[in-house]
Design a protein around this ligand. Structure first.
Ligand SMILES: CC(=O)N[C@H]1[C@@H](OP(=O)(O)OP(=O)(O)OC[C@H]2O[C@@H](n3ccc(=O)[nH]c3=O)[C@H](O)[C@@H]2O)O[C@H](CO)[C@@H](O)[C@@H]1O
Ligand SMILES: C=C(OP(=O)(O)O)C(=O)O
Length: 429
């Protein structure tokens, strides 16, 4: 199993290219199941989750190709993927393929909408809470599908197609909104989705669906009105920049000090997190094609944050922000309101010398003068990278074990950081 070794203390200087967003690329790829025509997706990140979804889609019969590199493109540019689901050969997504990744469950909506039948294993994904799928199933039931659970599989049936409906979510859910958008696009009649997620990845999916011929109003708001169409067609779309990768590298610079341009990053995708970083002592400047982050000399200050649905502070940056707070002056209160068990990084950060107390949904982080390198264990995707951030400022060597979690969501992390001066390397095997 690969590990990452970091020797802390170096400041970061240079340019980091930001990849396409994992959490946008996955639903965009899944949308290929909605049409017989070809989708072209540009700027797809090279990640373990994308490779796994390619396997799942292939199993359904989606033909896939990767377009060769064009003039002027470098190896930091994302892939251009073509996906064609002319013939769906299998409407089952088996446990072996689905169990490692939450987003793979989202094939359920498009399959039942187009084929009238789908059988999908209950999902896996990061172990950060119970993560039920009840809202996703309620969406499909509201649209007229019959749902049955059998031997760990959800079986959805709608022999005569789906019908438009009113859908009102009790809680904001990204995956349930993706499911509602995709299924309602091919349903007969109008669907109104209330309390919809407004995450940029939901907007990216809605924008793609509109290019494919879907009729969606209210994009970017919490009420989406979808008028179903009989068929969708092919389209070309560029995956938005990864706001979580952006925030992660911004926090790495805030932690290590230095001056880095995050190329291709967009401030409008993470205003709330950037504000918290400014309060902590980072300088952040929007550039025409990126964001410049620096911290030179000034110390870090404690900041309180509460995770919320977009446009609030994202739960996917909570662990990384906590890493920064471990070195700030004073006590930071970090409250997690989205997932009930997303604090597994706390005990690993403690191995590096962090002082963190947990009380229910809140972590109290007392900043310390120094962290010291140690062997640590990655427990989930964002927890893994929080350990990397802490290690950048720790004295001596840190080895992060089980980094397969990290490879799910960060493309060439060690290259991107080492190019800016970090002492970081992958140890294979
Ligand atoms: C691949 C992907 O894009 N994953 C993201 C997505 O996950 P995901 O779509 O799984 O997260 P949701 O937005 O659905 O979850 C939000 C909350 O709703 C609850 N819930 C959700 C569905 C449901 O049927 N019942 C239910 O109770 C969840 O347990 C959680 O407490 O959004 C999360 C919240 O921004 C991010 O942390 C994940 O990185
Ligand atoms: C939690 C995440 O992913 P998943 O929903 O696939 O577990 C994440 O991207 O931070």
């Amino acid at each position: 199993m690969d590990r990452i070794r970091i020797v802390g203390g170096a400041t970061l200087e240079g340019v980091i290219p930001i990849s396409g967003a994992k959490n946008a690329a996955l639903p965009l790829m899944i949308a290929s199941l909605l049409t017989e025509e070809t989708l072209v997706l540009e700027n797809v990140p090279r990640l373990a989750d994308v490779i796994q979804l390619k396997r799942i889609l292939s199993n359904h019969g989606v033909d896939m190709g990767v377009r060769g590199r064009r003039h002027g493109e470098t190896d930091t540019d994302g892939e251009t993927l073509t996906l064609n689901a002319k013939t769906i050969v299998d409407t089952t997504a088996p446990y072996e393929l689905v169990s490692t990744m939450r987003a793979s469950f989202w094939v359920l909506g498009p399959l039942v909408a187009r084929m009238g039948h789908a059988k999908v294993s209950l999902p896996g994904g990061c172990a950060i809470g119970t993560r039920p799928v009840d809202f996703l199933l309620q969406v499909l039931e509201a649209l007229g599908a019959q749902i049955e659970i059998d031997s760990g599989y959800v079986i959805a049936t709608a022999r005569h197609g789906l019908k438009g409906a009113e859908i009102n979510f009790p809680k904001v859910s990204v995956g349930a909104t993706h499911t509602a958008l995709m299924a309602a696009s091919l349903a007969d009649g109008v669907s109104v989705i209330s309390n919809a997620a407004r995450e940029p990845e939901v907007t990216d999916l809605a924008d793609l669906l509109v290019k494919m011929g879907a009729k969606i109003e209210g994009i970017g708001t919490s009420t989406l009105t979808v008028t179903g169409v009989a068929q969708l067609h092919g389209a070309t779309h560029r995956v938005i920049a990864d706001r979580i990768e952006t925030g992660t590298f911004a926090l790495a610079v805030a932690m290590a000090g230095g001056d880095v341009t995050l190329q291709g990053a967009r401030t409008d995708l993470l205003e709330s997190a950037l504000d918290s970083m400014r309060q902590a002592g980072a300088e952040i400047e929007a550039l025409p094609n990126g964001i410049r982050v620096s911290r030179n000399g000034n110390g870090l200050q404690a900041v309180d944050v509460t995770t919320e649905a977009f446009p609030g502070f994202p739960t996917d940056l909570q662990a990384q922000f906590m890493a920064l707070a471990t070195r700030a002056q004073g006590t930071s209160r970090i409250r997690e309101t989205i997932f009930e068990n997303r604090f597994m990084h706390v005990q690993e950060l403690a191995r590096l010398g962090a002082r963190i107390r947990l009380d229910g949904d809140t972590a109290f982080v007392d900043g310390v003068e120094r962290l010291k390198g140690a062997p640590v264990m990655a427990t989930d995707l964002r927890a893994s990278v929080s350990l990397v951030i802490a290690a950048l400022a720790a004295e001596g060597e840190t080895v992060v074990n089980r980094i397969y979690h990290l490879d799910r969501g960060f493309e060439r992390l060690e290259h991107k950081l080492s190019r800016c001066g970090a002492q970081i390397e992958r140890i294979s095997g």
